[in-house]
Design a protein around this ligand. Structure first.
Ligand code: GLA
Length: 384
């Protein structure tokens, strides 16, 4: 269906053919949750679900955007951008960041849409921002590198949409490589491509159907708690610029100065960073059972220490514990809903999906969409 649906919708709305076609994928994250905005480590990968864009520059300063899947339009004068508290903000944030960087663009006719489920923790919003930036970079010859695009996309989300997320999602959408995960250092923004050899295993997502919206969830509060912990450590240990620099003994040294909650949040982040390094090594050595155990440990930390899980996510992860077909499972992404990620013996995949669906329906009275993901290349822009 994609990209054909987007190309024909463009023709239908604008009565002409587009000049550019862009694909920007969603992402999974194998491990390393809530570590990116603490300048730590993450292990994401781009997936085979994407946001597609068909576009053509305009001679004026107007944006005419069509959200194909929502069946909605939006238009505005790009010289007068203000948030509208809805989907156009993901687009407007990008134009606004470019203007702040002294790179104003011309107008644009745009149709976008795709098959990344919204609010499922697969970064549809980062794909929207990253894809639009890649498009504008080509359309208006901005000469920006992909790293600059990732930073601008993150800033759009932070400054305009209001979610204080890190850079992982945009980075994965822009830099993903088929068959590889990215071991990303969120401080240096250097990544190592880690081959994903998962012989006889599938990565299966189970979507709780509980939608999260980062800007409204306690996400921003978690970030503030991490920063409070880092600040308390910096008073004693000036080398601590943020949690990335903290070691367990530093955290212990300031325990009395922190609320128990902030202490617990920080301890989770320190442990999760270690798990990402360890998991990357286990993957390289093909030790998938041990890798799976780390997925469970990550979930436990997110559930109990960082407290960003929810009852449906915990239910799904708990169902897999002791299931011989499952090597590991955890909630994925920002939390408060979205998907679990499951490492499943390939031959058992269909049975696993059936078992999960039956149990979820019984407990929660609704279906459990689930599917195996494959790991794809990052965003691409084609001149038509
Ligand atoms: C969301 C944010 C990311 C990251 C994850 C949690 O997906 O957008 O930057 O913080 O949550 O790991």
């Amino acid at each position: 269906m994609y990209p054909d649906a987007i190309l024909s919708a463009f023709q239908l709305h604008f009565g002409t053919t587009p000049d550019f076609l862009v694909r920007a994928p969603g992402r999974i994250n194998l491990i390393g949750e809530h570590t990116d905005y603490n300048e730590g480590f993450v292990l994401p990968a781009a997936i085979d679900r994407a946001m597609w864009f068909a576009a053509r520059p305009r001679h004026d300063k107007h944006l005419q955007a069509v959200a194909h899947d929502l069946g909605k339009h939006f238009s505005c004068d790009l010289d007068r951008i203000t948030p509208v508290k809805g989907w156009p903000d993901y687009l407007l944030g990008v134009f606004s960041e470019l203007q702040n960087a002294g790179l104003p663009t011309g107008g644009l006719d745009l149709v976008f849409g795709g098959d990344i489920p919204i609010g499922a923790g697969l970064s549809s919003s980062a794909a929207l921002e990253s894809g639009l930036l890649l498009l504008l970079n080509a359309c208006f010859d901005l000469g920006l590198s992909r790293i600059e695009l990732a930073r601008l996309a993150r800033n759009a989300e932070n400054n305009f949409v209001g979610a204080q997320c890190g850079i992982m999602d945009m980075y994965a959408s822009l830099f993903g490589k088929a068959g590889h995960a990215l071991f990303l250092d969120c401080r240096s923004l250097e990544a190592r491509e880690i081959p994903l050899h998962l012989p006889a295993c599938s990565l299966v997502l189970c979507d709780t159907g509980v939608q999260h919206a980062l800007a409204e969830s306690p996400f921003n509060r978690r970030r503030a708690e991490c920063e409070a912990g880092a600040k308390a450590m910096a008073d004693l240990f000036p080398e601590v610029k943020n949690l990335r620099d903290a070691r367990p003994e530093m955290l212990t040294a300031v325990k009395d100065r922190l609320s128990p909650l902030v202490f617990q949040r920080c301890r989770y982040v320190l442990e999760e960073n270690k798990r990402v390094e360890w998991a990357t090594q286990l993957l390289a050595e093909g030790r998938l059972e041990d890798f799976g155990a780390l997925l469970y440990a990550s979930h436990d930390g997110l559930q109990q220490q960082f407290e960003v899980s929810c009852a449906e996510l915990d239910f799904l992860v708990d169902l897999t514990r002791g299931d011989a077909a499952v090597l590991g499972a955890r909630m994925m992404g920002g939390g408060f809903g979205g998907c679990t990620l499951n490492l499943v013996a390939g031959a058992e995949q269909a049975n696993f999906q059936r078992r999960m669906q039956t149990a979820y329906r019984k407990a929660w009275g609704r279906d459990l969409p689930s599917w195996a993901v494959s790991v794809s290349n990052g965003a691409e822009c084609t001149l038509l």
